[in-house]
Design a protein. Structure first.
Length: 254
């Protein structure tokens, strides 16, 4: 529904719920990303039927999210997890405030206006979307989204949706759909690295995959029925909840 991979729910669940094995942050990230590959494929099929994916820009952004995910996966073995959790939590709070109160990220939207690729997309219902995408901003930011995906096992949508919406001026519905499409490539590259590092618990990943394939189809359908303003608010609220959960973990209370 929101263009995020679901890792914001799965990663905490794998670490907090009583399971037969104890999940480290690295194992939770790798297992979550494995699920997200199939979630992204399922969601992409739903948004493709709606004709709301900008394939050209999605593929171009994937050229930086893929190496970003590789870097992020390797960083799980190097950087202290608690430090990364705190930084990411504070960033999510910042993004959430922009989403809920509808003002642009650091002037990127103003900077993008009139500069870059002029895009026009017509969805299956005949709705026309016109926007200008500044790839000079988009490519380095999408690399950071890829790093977050490989590092935290969240798919990258938590960053990619705001990047597409604010920095590249995508309408919210197209930002969500294109984020999911790009997530396919990002998550596959991150999973490959996590498998190499031994961070994927396949028996748990399989159970998650079964549920997420069906859930992704329902979410894509619901997204079509909800207004852009309400989608931003829902997305913002979810990011606030996740960020506070990360802060509690950093403080040792989660």
């Amino acid at each position: 529904m929101l263009g995020i991979g679901g890792g914001v729910f799965i990663v905490p669940a794998l670490q907090l719920f009583p399971l037969s094995i104890e999940f480290t942050p690295q194992m939770a990230a790798g297992t979550s990303l494995t699920m997200i590959v199939f979630k992204a494929l399922s969601s992409t099929s739903g948004y493709a039927r709606q004709k709301r994916i900008d394939y050209r820009i999605g593929l171009l952004l994937a050229t930086t999210t893929i190496p970003g995910a590789l870097v992020g996966a390797y960083l799980t073995e190097i950087i202290p997890t608690n430090v990364l959790i705190l930084i990411f939590a504070l960033f999510l709070l910042y993004v959430a405030s922009r989403m809920m109160f509808e003002y642009s990220l650091g002037g990127f939207k103003v900077f993008s206006r009139g500069k870059g690729w002029r895009c026009r997309l017509v969805d299956v219902d005949g709705n026309v979307f016109e926007y200008v995408a500044n790839m000079t901003i988009g490519l380095p930011l999408s690399f950071l989204a890829g790093v977050s995906s490989g590092l935290l096992g969240i798919g990258g949508g938590a960053l990619m949706v705001p990047i597409l919406h604010f920095a590249l001026c995508f309408p919210m519905h197209l930002a969500i759909a294109t984020s999911v499409f790009t997530m396919v490539f990002t998550s596959i590259s991150g999973v490959a690295t996590h498998i190499y590092l031994g961070n994927v618990q396949f028996e748990y990943a399989l159970i998650l995959i079964v549920g997420v394939i069906f859930g992704a189809q329902i979410g894509a359908y619901i997204s079509k029925q909800v207004s852009s303003k309400n989608l931003r608010r829902i997305f913002g609220i979810i990011l606030v909840v996740v960020s506070f959960r990360m802060i509690l973990k950093f403080l040792g209370y989660a």
